[in-house]
Design a protein around this ligand. Structure first.
Ligand code: PLP
Length: 459
């Protein structure tokens, strides 16, 4: 995908959204827009990247990490493009089901699975990766009891069970996103004393353990480090299979974590570059011996999404120009709280939704939340934003509007998918919108804030 079409499509969509009242003053000062063609393109790029390096007929299941966009129509769109779901909570599993993603295309990875979740996964044939020895002990108990029977006779067949390995290869640029540090909370630490022997014995005594899983981190992890983590897990699989004398491990789950470039419209690094690096670093991965699973999230969707917020006021304080918009911490949680790790590009559009071209001036772009740090950009040179203009947060298709934060009882924004036809009669006509999620109503906020229990504390 070249850079031009993406930003051209975004400009058309912002203008159409403004023209058609998606940001109307009375109900929706901020929206999320999703470029449906860009989502399809990135799913296809992922498939193509692995097809290029995989052995003919090697099974590869690409799942989408639901936390990156927990929206049912998005999961459905990705399912149409051949992607399953990676889920990490009962809520995410419910979303995958609502999207029509079947158990055979779902992988459960939470680090805190309850007994109920484990049993349900076994019964329904949902693949799962156990995180730690205590979880494995729970699985032992379930396999020995009704869970084991249910698993064998379950409607969806046999749930594949794996262990999540922490290859302990180290962290990347963002500590909170680095899951393969020595002391990470995730997975079985591979380099701790005695770990390899323990893991070999765990597989030897449990013929139903057939997978290894690793997710080295999310955003900020260099590709080489990701590949080194996968190499460690591949070598472990070979060692375990040699020790038990058969190919007991038949599938490797490589996790997600491809970083996103938040500096430009370019998709870099690409899935193809990562797949090629994996093929160079771990050639055996693509020999066809193992089935593969992936769990990408951010890289599939980030570039496809844009938050558009109305500028409510502009003001100045201490010589600083400030635009007060409707997009802040309730949508851009990480950007607001950890701004150095999560900078976003901001696009300036005028009252009609057309790109502003005036010479840049330094300004802060603030959100609507009642705390001083609620800024999505600080001292950013941008065409001067004015009252009733629009500020767009770019590359926000993953983990932004789909993952809101309920601060100040601000409603979740509406989300609309857009597609662009070739033959619009007039500029703007060619854009069509489909509702992905309605803007949250005030009634819904009141309901979820305990309205039904109004008098509960009065004694
Ligand atoms: C978050 C997560 C992913 C997806 O990570 P991205 O950086 O969005 O690709 C995949 N697997 C696991 C286990 C995760 O926790």
């Amino acid at each position: 995908m070249s850079a031009d079409p993406l930003n051209h499509r975004r400009d058309l969509a912002v203008r159409a959204a403004v023209e058609r009242g998606l940001l109307a003053d009375d109900h929706a000062p901020v929206v999320g827009l999703l470029d449906v063609a860009a989502v399809r393109e990135s799913a296809r790029a992922l498939h193509a990247a692995f097809r290029e390096v995989a052995a003919p007929d090697q099974p590869v299941l690409h799942t989408f990490a639901v936390k990156a966009s927990s929206l049912v129509p998005v999961l459905r769109l990705l399912a149409d493009e051949g992607l399953g779901c990676e889920v990490a909570s009962p809520g995410e599993l419910a979303l995958a089901r609502a999207a029509g993603v079947d158990a055979a295309h779902t992988v459960l990875d939470s680090p805190a699975k309850t007994r109920t979740e484990l049993r349900e996964a076994l019964v329904e044939g949902i693949a799962l990766n156990a995180d730690n020895p205590r979880e494995l002990a729970r699985l032992d108990a379930l396999m020995a009891e009704d869970g084991g029977r249910a698993r064998e006779g379950g409607p969806a067949g046999t749930a594949a069970i794996g262990l999540r390995i922490n290859p302990q290869v180290g962290g990347g640029a963002i500590g909170a996103m680095s899951t393969a540090t020595a002391t990470s909370k995730f997975g079985f630490p591979l380099r701790d004393p005695g770990a390899r022997e323990w893991l070999i014995e765990a597989f030897r005594t449990r013929p139903w353990l057939t997978r290894l899983h690793a997710h080295v981190g999310s955003q900020g992890i260099p590709l080489e480090l990701m590949a080194r983590g996968i190499a460690a897990v591949y070598e472990l699989a070979e060692e375990i299979n040699a020790a038990v004398g058969r190919r007991q491990i038949d599938t490797l789950d490589l996790g997600g974590g491809l970083p996103v470039n938040f500096d430009s419209d370019e998709m870099a690094p690409t899935f193809a570059a990562y797949a090629r690096l994996l093929a160079e670093t771990v050639p055996g991965l693509f020999s066809g011996t193992y089935g593969l699973v992936t769990e990408f999230g951010r890289a599939l969707l980030a570039k496809a999404g844009t938050v558009v917020a109305r500028v409510e006021y502009t003001k100045s304080a201490g010589g600083r120009r400030i635009a007060v918009t409707h997009a802040g911490a309730q949508l851009a949680v990480r950007t607001v709280f950890v701004p150095d790790s999560w900078p976003l590009r901001v696009g300036a559009y005028d009252t009609k939704g057309l790109p502003k071209t005036d010479s840049p001036v330094v300004q802060d772009v603030a959100g609507p939340c009642c705390f001083a740090g609620d800024l999505v950009a600080r001292e950013r040179p941008l065409p001067p934003l004015d009252e009733d203009d629009h500020a767009a947060l770019l590359d926000t298709g993953a983990y932004y509007f789909s993952t809101p934060f309920g601060y100040n009882s601000l409603p979740r924004p509406g989300v609309y998918g857009f597609t662009i036809a070739e033959n619009g009669e007039r500029d703007g006509d060619e854009v069509s919108f489909a509702t992905v999620r309605e803007p949250q109503s005030l009634a819904s906020i009141v309901t979820e804030s305990g309205a039904a229990h109004r008098d509960a504390l009065r004694g």
